[in-house]
Design a protein around this ligand. Structure first.
Ligand SMILES: [Zn+2]
Length: 112
């Protein structure tokens, strides 16, 4: 992978990372709703709030996973490991990286 390609991926990974961090900040309030409003809302609306909180937590968990994957991919980029399958060592085709820029395995190894 040449330097230009690497820097394109780095930019893409970093952009996604900062988007996630911005979303996570906006989402933090939603995760707090139930604890903050527990005394002041009625039973039904508290159930609504709890459902919303559960959804916000699930979204947060997915975001945490993606954040870790993005940071790991950036780490591999700086170590020159990016774009190589961690299982077989072959280079991961750019058609795959274009769709899944945090992929750590080639399609064959990911399937097995
Ligand atoms: Zn492989």
């Amino acid at each position: 992978m040449d330097e230009g390609t690497k820097s394109r991926y780095r930019q893409r990974l970093e952009a996604r990372l900062s988007a996630l961090q911005a979303e996570s900040g906006a989402n933090a309030e939603a995760r707090e709703i139930v604890t903050l409003d527990q005394q002041s809302v009625g039973r039904l609306s508290r159930m609504d709030a709890m459902q919303q909180q559960a959804m916000a937590k699930a979204t947060h968990a997915r975001r945490e996973v993606e954040t870790r994957q993005l940071k790991a991919a950036l780490q591999r980029l700086s170590e020159g490991e990016y774009g190589y399958c961690e299982a077989c060592g072959e280079s991961i085709p750019e058609t795959r990286l274009a769709i899944a820029p945090t992929a750590t395995k080639c399609v064959t190894c990911a399937r097995s």
